[in-house]
Design a protein around this ligand. Structure first.
Ligand SMILES: NC(=O)c1ccc[n+]([C@@H]2O[C@H](COP(=O)([O-])OP(=O)(O)OC[C@H]3O[C@@H](n4cnc5c(N)ncnc54)[C@H](OP(=O)(O)O)[C@@H]3O)[C@@H](O)[C@H]2O)c1
Length: 344
């Protein structure tokens, strides 16, 4: 069995990691940390795991040595102590944004401060198996992914693969997100009477996840806006782009279909009738799956490309476990086959 531990296990991503790892056939969860709740049972903050998660939180410096350490800490915490953390584990998957950008200058530009451990940046592979699967087999250090960045990248990837993602025109992407993106700590902005019913323009410009997308699709100019809407989990990316070639509906059906066919957690949702004609976050809640789809405005040479996912699943913990599977040479899908529920 692979001995796995989680630092930052009391948060929302940490809770999802516990849920996936407890059901993983090849993994034994040997430690879960919380500074605030050390000594308390895991189920105290993860009540849905009652009866399954029987152990207690420990402090981060009490985590046992392990084969793989998942980091689900707030931004900046992992990078500041990465040497000490790496002493504790053969392999690391970091869910924060600390090691997603490979270039230290680019990091400083987007995060407004120098990277605390720039020498570590090139040791981390970007952990989105749907795009960088080849970099993950046998990797020791893998970064997690930005949930909004993942939704945009999976919306654009089929077009890139088909040679249809032009660098001549910018892409405009709007991502609608649920409240769990903000993590488990509350604030004035997340107080229920304030947050409930909101359609909040959270980051009309300048969202940091744009940097990940532009790193993946070199030369692309992305205009990204994030809007917080009335849901707890989920992200829906709606990407607007111009196509400078003649494409038909059939070309796009083929492009999206062949992209998804090679990726076990990507499904195309493109129906002419029924209530679910396009990707819908609700349908992938609690899963590691992403739905992709599109609409073509052939007359104007315009495509709207869509991706729906669960920000805590495919957008964070699910993808982290999928990366771990590849790092250890396991079946990519091991432990991740929960397929969602309907109605919800
Ligand atoms: N939420 C999402 O949709 C999402 C998606 C993708 C990636 N991510 C990334 O994943 C990471 C975790 O996100 P989250 O939403 O799970 O956050 P969260 O709910 O706020 O959880 C943060 C965790 O970090 C621990 N922590 C806080 N301050 C700490 C400190 N100074 N030292 C050690 N541990 C500390 C907390 O534990 P205690 O306070 O109990 O000690 C808690 O377990 C973040 O970097 C986030 O950017 C989040």
């Amino acid at each position: 069995m692979i001995r796995a531990a989680i630092a930052g296990a009391s948060g929302y991503v940490g809770g999802e990691l516990i849920r996936w790892l407890l059901g993983h056939p090849e993994v034994e969860l040997v430690g879960a940390s919380s500074e605030r709740l050390a000594g308390q049972p895991l189920q105290r903050v993860h009540p849905h795991l009652r009866g399954r998660a029987r152990s207690r939180f420990c402090r981060m410096d009490e985590l046992p040595s392990c084969d793989v350490l998942f980091l689900a800490l707030p931004h900046g915490r992992a990078a500041r102590r990465i040497d000490a953390l790496a002493d504790r584990a053969e392999r690391i998957v970091d869910c924060s944004a600390d090691f997603r950008l490979s270039d230290a200058d680019n990091y400083a530009r987007w995060y407004g401060e120098p990277h605390p451990a720039p020498e570590w940046l090139e040791r981390f592979a970007y952990g989105l198996p749907e795009l960088q699967r080849g970099d993950l087999g046998g990797a020791r250090y893998v970064s997690g992914v930005g949930c909004n960045a993942t939704a945009v990248q999976l919306a654009l990837a089929p077009l890139e693969r088909a040679g249809l993602l032009s660098r001549e025109q910018p892409v405009v992407a709007e991502v609608k997100v649920g409240s769990s993106e903000g993590g488990a700590s509350s604030s004035d902005a997340s107080h229920h009477p304030v947050r409930s019913g909101c359609v909040r323009s959270y980051a009309p410009v300048g969202h940091r996840h744009a940097a990940e997308v532009e790193q993946t699709f070199e030369g692309l100019e992305l205009h990204l806006s994030i809007t917080a809407v009335e849901m707890v989990r989920g992200a829906l990316a709606t990407c607007h782009l111009r196509i400078d070639q003649d494409v038909s509906e059939r070309d796009l059906v083929r492009a999206y279909g062949s992209y998804a066919a090679e990726r076990p957690f990507v499904d195309v949702l493109h129906e002419r009738a029924g209530p679910y004609r396009h990707p819908e976050p609700k349908l992938v809640t609690g899963t590691n799956r992403a739905q992709i789809g599109f609409a073509l405005d052939a007359e104007r040479g315009r495509v709207v490309s869509l991706c729906a996912l669960d920000n805590l699943g495919k957008g964070a913990a699910g993808t982290a476990v999928q990366s771990m599977n590849l790092m250890f040479g396991l079946d990519e899908t091991a432990g991740l086959d929960f397929g969602g529920i309907h109605p919800l």
